[in-house]
Design a protein around this ligand. Sequence first.
Ligand code: HEM
Length: 461
Amino acid sequence: MTAGLTAPRTVRTVRDLTGPRGMPVFGNLPELLLGRDEHRAFNRWADRHGPTYLMRYGRDRVVVTGDGPTVSAALRDRPDGFRRVGVNKIFRELGIDGVFNAEGDRWRHLRKMAAQSLNAAYLREYFTSITRSATRLQTRWTASSGRPVDVLDDMMRFTLDVTTALAIGHDLNSLEATGDGLHTRLAELFPEIGRRIQAPFPYHRFVRLPRDRRRESAVREVDALVRIAHVQAKERMATGASPRTFLEALAVGPDFTHEELVGNVMTMLLAGEDTTSSSAAWTLHYLATHPEAQERVRQEALAAFGPDGMPTDPSSIRKLEFAEACVNEAMRLRPVAPTAGLRALRDTVLPGTDHDLKVPRGTSLILLLSYGAESVPDADEFRPERWLGGNPPPASAPLLPFGAGPRFCPGRNLALLEATLVAALACRDFTITPGGGRVKEKLAFAAFPKGLRLRITTVNS
Ligand code: HEM
């Protein structure tokens, strides 16, 4: 080839792609449903067929890709070039009608409010409600010291309390509540979304099951909370004060209907609860099984806040560099949102590492956001050190636990702050050891640990 001239890039079409052979009618769906490790199956197929391949979801053909440039270009071309697929209607039917499933101008408007209520200035505003919940968590663990605890349940209570405070300014206090709290019923929503996405037939439009009644009662409870909080938010905003919660941000500007307010608050509660609680729970699991990392987090927390101190503002969390590295490493090993489903809104060409890909309008894609997690050295090992220095470890494929582009997760900073704070305080004040039983990963729209029990014992007992 003549020096200085570059060869034209090859462009493949969807028809050129190969992929795993599926069954007649059902395609590759049975392997996904029966395997119970959906995203790992996607990753294994990418290892076998190349980072961009074709699979069949029932009768639909879907392009799956873990190729860095392709994933990144599709995520960035939103909302005009691509939209989320499979979830929008299901979310609406479940009463979770907000920024996550909005599109076009409605999304632009809601996104501004959501991003604003999760930015650094707001985090400072409600930092005291985060530390209040952290103190309640310490009290809860002191009371159960030495006994195995359901750590995912504790983390759900913690993250729901934090998210309710920031979304509507209400102190739900699930951490001190007993009985069938809102957190248990909200936790049933993610599995329900997963079931409805994967159902070959939309049975939920024809039958109403007991679990639907429980879920509806959760929406009604949020509805009642929003009704009261919105009156207070309107009154406060009428004084010219600046908004302190998501609901207050929604109370200024164009009027939203009550249903829209509830749908948006439900979205925040859901987006903020299961994802963060799962990541925090996995972090504690890895700290329990890696005593040397636990000791390092303990020393770091003691140096930052002393034996009984609490951080007073979000910036002091920066002192917890190793604890945050543990959270990032746990999220690498156990990504909560390993895939993103998108649909092309117009004909386009997506760049790829070796080939570009012609994508006709209407094509469905599954993006493997954490395919790169398996490409780092000793990928199966928990090695938080690889995250020190502020940059993700070099990976040959996407490592995007929070997505990318304009619809990137606006709750990233809050999630990292919550999980890092919990890890630091747990290691400083308690000794964490495995509580027995086998821990499994379960994918139900998001991935979470099943059967995770830990003994969290007061340090001086
Ligand atoms: C470890 C915890 C979390 C993980 C792994 C996570 C992950 C994600 C991912 C992958 C997306 C889609 C991004 C994309 O399409 O590019 C997303 C969207 C979103 N997340 Fe999170 N998230 C977490 C915590 C939170 C928290 C704490 C909140 C708020 C309280 C939140 C609110 C949202 C919202 C509102 C969206 C939709 C954004 C939009 O469509 O514009 N997330 N998250």
